[in-house]
Design a protein around this ligand. Structure first.
Ligand code: NAD
Length: 445
């Protein structure tokens, strides 16, 4: 369904003031602090660029949300019930797309907020896709492989009518991986009676996964750092980088930034950080981490706390672990020139306020753009699958750098047009693209 602006019946009634919108929202099933904060940010940003009020109102609620109960036979013969969700926020620009998360804190409020963010993330990078998210409230770590498989297959059958290659395409998120996607693809294919690899992305490569999908988010971070460097007239060669979090995003960002001539001087994981002002040999460090499972005690480096790493005197800082690590205090002490947000939501609302004041000292590339490399290569996987024609990793990387570089330039033009900070400008770009699609499609019926 979509929105138009010309019909009289379409006009938001007088009573729908900000106050009544607040009351309306707080009585909604998906109400949560995360949802409220996300919706408030979207509403504020839409109002700044004078988006049609009817469109904004529609953007503040998901288009569809499903709650399912998932009975699973455990290995000991008992049956346990879990709760799962799939939320589709907006498909004005194309089929829904978004990850599936297995975590004990998954809720309708969280999944709905993440679905909303996906709508704008896809739009920022210009993908012809909408936003969705799903999940199961469960800690998957104690599950056996067989239990996890039964859970995944039953969840898939419960949401079966909501997903499909042209309808809604799930992908991995926290607690799920390529194997989860292979089970979803198999269950969907068996139930539909035809092989449908394009119902999910993030599959194993031998099942139609894309080259470069694993590296995509980290490489995307490197792509926006390059774009920011060019914009600032800032030669990246030989410059210093600190990365918090040395997992999927952090390691691949480190390798790519090193290949661009930058010096990775500090990295960290849950056990703490390491620092060497001369820069690490990332390949050697990766081998060490493969064996030791942590950066801790890496030779020729001094230990540094996760907190101190953030305020190191470096040129580029990449938070690539947790959300909320840059609060007002840390934001006031950042010394980097470029902050590229690999993690989702690494800056708190208070931290963001400080960074807005410091925007001429610290150039922020917000998460919705800096970590959009993952969904971009997911989109490549979907396109390759539909065509049954696969690209090599060089093609994938070149297209990824081009798409993120273009999105960066578009966000910059919004920054200049509206004389605002980069985070607001980037969201404006996403909201603009979604709202123009909604208005062009008009209101059904
Ligand atoms: P990951 O699990 O592979 O790695 C996370 C890293 O953070 C690990 O090195 C871990 O040790 C470290 N870490 C955990 N707790 C920490 C703590 N308290 N202090 C410091 N470090 C800590 O996860 P990932 O896939 O690399 O994701 C990292 C971030 O990027 C998350 O915010 C995620 O939502 C976001 N993200 C990931 C992708 C993707 O494609 N993987 C896409 C978009 C956004």
């Amino acid at each position: 369904m979509s929105e138009g602006k010309k019909e009289a019946s379409d006009v938001v009634p007088e009573a729908t003031t900000t106050e009544s919108l607040d009351r309306y929202r707080s009585s909604m099933e998906w109400e949560s602090k995360f949802y409220r904060d996300t919706a408030a940010l979207v509403e504020r940003t839409a109002d700044l660029q004078k988006v049609d009020r009817n469109v904004t109102h529609r953007l503040l609620t998901p288009q569809r949300a499903l709650i399912v109960s998932i009975p699973v036979r455990m290995d000991d013969g008992s049956v346990k019930n879990f709760v799962g969700y799939r939320v589709q926020h907006n498909n004005a620009r194309g089929p829904f797309k978004g990850g599936i998360r297995y975590h004990e804190e998954v809720s309708l409020g969280e999944v709905s907020a993440l679905a909303m963010l996906m709508t704008f993330k896809c739009a920022v990078v210009g993908l012809p896709l909408g936003g969705a998210k799903g999940g199961i409230r469960i800690d998957p770590t104690p599950l056996s492989r067989a239990e996890n498989q039964r859970l995944t297959r039953r969840y898939t059958t419960e949401i079966l009518e909501m997903i499909g290659p042209e309808l809604d395409i799930p992908a991995p998120d926290v607690g799920t991986n390529a194997q989860t996607m292979a089970w979803i693809m198999d269950t969907y294919s068996e139930m539909k009676g035809r092989v449908s690899p394009s119902v999910v992305t993030g599959k194993p490569i031998f099942l139609g996964g894309s080259q470069g999908r694993v590296e995509a988010t980290g490489h995307g971070v490197a792509a926006v750092v390059r774009a920011a460097g060019e914009h600032l007239g800032f030669e990246l060669f030989g410059k210093r980088v600190a990365i918090q979090g040395f997992g999927n995003v952090g390691t691949h960002a480190a390798s790519k930034l090193e290949s661009m001539g930058m010096k990775i001087v500090a990295v960290s994981d849950v056990s703490g950080g390491i620092y060497n002002p001369e820069g690490f040999d990332v390949k050697h460090l990766l081998k060490y981490v493969e064996i030791r499972k942590s950066v801790k005690d890496y030779p020729r480096a001094q230990p540094i706390s996760n907190r101190d790493l953030l305020t190191l005197n470096v040129d580029v800082l990449v938070p690539a672990a947790l959300s909320g690590v840059i609060d007002a205090e840390v934001a006031g002490q950042l010394k980097c020139r470029i902050l590229a947000e690999g993690a989702n939501g690494p800056v708190t609302a208070e931290g963001d306020e400080v960074l807005r004041q410091r925007q001429h000292e610290v150039f922020v590339v917000p998460d919705v753009l800096a970590n959009a490399g993952g969904v971009t290569v997911s989109y490549f996987e979907w396109v390759q699958g539909l065509q049954s024609f696969f690209w090599d990793s060089k093609d994938v990387d070149e297209r990824l750098f081009r798409i993120l570089g273009n999105a960066f330039q578009e966000a910059l033009s919004f920054k200049e047009k509206f004389q605002t900070d980069m985070r607001t400008a980037t969201l404006m770009l996403g909201i603009h693209r979604v709202s123009e699609a909604m208005l062009a499609r008009g209101l059904f019926p």
